[in-house]
Design a protein around this ligand. Structure first.
Ligand SMILES: Nc1nc2c(ncn2[C@@H]2O[C@H](COP(=O)(O)OP(=O)(O)OP(=O)(O)O)[C@@H](O)[C@H]2O)c(=O)[nH]1
Ligand SMILES: [Mg+2]
Length: 353
C-alpha cells in the first residue's frame, strides 16, 4: 500500500480543492459550486453549478464591490482633506450610483428563491380530509404503489415520502394522514404529523373529496394549515353532478377523477407551478445559497445606511457603511472570513476531491 510508505498519507475530504482555494485558483463561490456539482442529481442542478463555476454570481459581485470601494473612496478623501467640501455634483453622483447599485442587487435578490430550490430541492405535502384520494395521487405521481390506498377512512398514518424530479428540481412529495378529529390515539398522531408536514413544506396540494358535500368547509380550514403556496384539487368528480364540477372549476379548483385518470395533467402542471415559479427560467437566478442572500441583503442595508448620513457632516460614518457593504460582498467570494466556511464546505467533499 502506498499509504504505508514513508512520507505518504491519504488525502482528507476536499483537500485538493482546499489547496486550489488557498493558491487562488478558485474562489469561495467556485468551491461551493464544485461541491454542488458533485452532489447534483438533476441536469438543472448541474447546469446551475456550472454557471456558478463560470462566474454567474462572482462577476457581478466583484464588479459591485469595486464600484463600492470607488464610491467609498470619495468619502475617505473627504475625511483626509477635511477643509475641502464635497462638490454638490459629486455628492449627487455618489447618491445616484449608490441607488443604482441597490437596485441592481435587489433585482438579483428578487428571484423567487429558485436557485436555492434547485440546489436543495423542494418539499410538497399532500393535505386533505380522510379518503379524499391523497395516497392515490401520490402513487400516480410516483408511478408505483408507494402508499396504501383503501376505501377505509384513516388509512394513511405515517408520512410517506417519494422523490420526484419536476423541471429539473428535486421534489420530495409527502403523503399524509387525512385531517379529522379522532379519538384514535395513533390516528391523532398521524394528523399531528400531517399538519407538521404541511407547515414545514414549501408548498402543499390540498386534495378534497368532491363527492362529500362538506368539501368547501374542509377547504377553508385546510387553507389555514397549508400556507400561501398551495393548489386545490377536487377529486372524485366522477361521483359529482356536472354542474357542481363546473361551479368548482369556476371557483379555481382543479377538478379531477384520479380513479378514472382524468385531469392528472392539470395536477402535474399545478405542481410544476408551485415548484418552479412562473417565468423563472433556468438562467434567472444567481443566488444558490442562503449565505449569498444574507450577504446581499446586508450589502443593501449598509448602502442604505450610508445614504442616510449627511456626507458633508459625517463622511466617516458614511465611509464606514460603504466599507461594511464592500465587506459583505467580499464574504460572498471569500475575500473575507473564508476559513470558517471552508471547513463546512470541504467536509462535504469525498476523500481526494
Ligand atoms: N370514485 C372515486 N374513487 C376514488 C377516486 N380517487 C380515489 N378513490 C378511492 O377513494 C378511496 C380512498 O383513496 P385514498 O387514496 O386511500 O385516500 P386518502 O386521501 O389517502 O385517504 P386516507 O389515507 O384515509 O386519508 C380509495 O378506495 C380509492 O380507490 C376517484 O377519483 N373517484
Ligand atoms: Mg392515504
Amino acid at each position: 500500500m502506498i499509504g504505508d510508505a514513508g512520507g505518504f498519507r491519504p488525502a482528507v475530504p476536499g483537500e485538493f480543492t482546499h489547496r486550489m482555494f488557498a493558491n487562488g485558483k478558485i474562489d469561495l463561490l467556485g468551491t461551493e459550486a464544485l461541491a454542488d456539482l458533485i452532489d447534483s442529481e438533476t441536469d438543472r442542478q448541474r447546469l446551475q453549478a456550472w454557471r456558478q463555476l463560470d462566474g454567474a454570481l462572482y462577476k457581478p459581485v466583484t464588479g459591485w464591490r469595486e464600484e463600492m470601494v470607488r464610491l467609498g473612496g470619495w468619502l475617505e478623501a473627504l475625511i483626509d482633506f477635511a477643509d475641502e467640501d464635497l462638490p454638490p455634483s459629486v455628492e449627487a453622483q455618489l447618491r445616484d450610483d449608490s441607488n443604482a447599485l441597490i437596485r441592481a442587487i435587489e433585482a438579483v435578490l428578487d428571484d423567487g428563491r429558485i436557485g436555492e430550490q434547485v440546489r436543495s430541492g423542494v418539499t410538497v405535502s399532500l393535505l386533505g380530509p380522510v379518503n379524499a384520494g391523497k395516497s392515490t395521487l401520490l402513487n400516480l405521481l410516483a408511478g408505483r404503489d408507494a402508499a396504501i390506498v383503501s376505501d377505509e377512512a384513516g388509512t394513511t398514518r405515517d408520512v410517506v415520502s417519494v422523490r420526484l424530479e419536476i423541471n429539473g428540481v428535486p421534489v420530495t412529495l409527502l403523503d399524509t394522514a387525512g385531517v379529522r378529529q379522532t379519538g384514535d390515539l395513533i390516528e391523532a398522531e398521524g394528523v399531528r404529523r400531517a399538519v407538521e408536514a404541511a407547515r414545514g413544506a414549501s408548498a402543499s396540494l390540498i386534495v378534497l373529496d368532491g363527492s362529500d358535500a362538506g368539501w368547501p368547509e374542509a377547504l377553508e380550514s385546510l387553507r389555514g394549515i397549508a400556507g400561501p403556496s398551495h393548489g386545490v384539487i377536487l377529486n372524485k368528480c366522477d361521483l359529482m353532478q356536472e354542474a357542481a364540477v363546473a361551479a368548482a372549476a369556476e371557483a379555481g379548483a382543479l377538478t379531477v377523477s384520479l380513479a378514472e385518470g382524468t385531469g392528472l395533467e392539470t395536477v402535474v402542471a399545478c405542481l410544476r407551478d408551485l415548484v418552479v415559479p412562473a417565468n423563472r427560467d433556468e438562467g434567472s437566478s444567481l443566488i444558490t445559497r442562503e449565505r449569498h442572500r444574507t450577504a446581499l441583503e446586508d450589502t443593501v442595508a449598509s448602502l442604505e445606511a450610508a445614504l442616510g448620513h449627511d456626507f458633508a457632516m459625517a463622511p466617516e460614518l458614511a465611509a464606514e457603511d460603504y466599507r461594511r457593504a464592500a465587506d459583505s460582498l467580499g464574504r460572498i467570494t471569500g475575500q473575507i472570513d473564508a476559513e470558517e466556511l471552508l471547513g463546512s464546505i470541504f467536509s462535504s467533499f469525498c476523500i481526494g476531491k
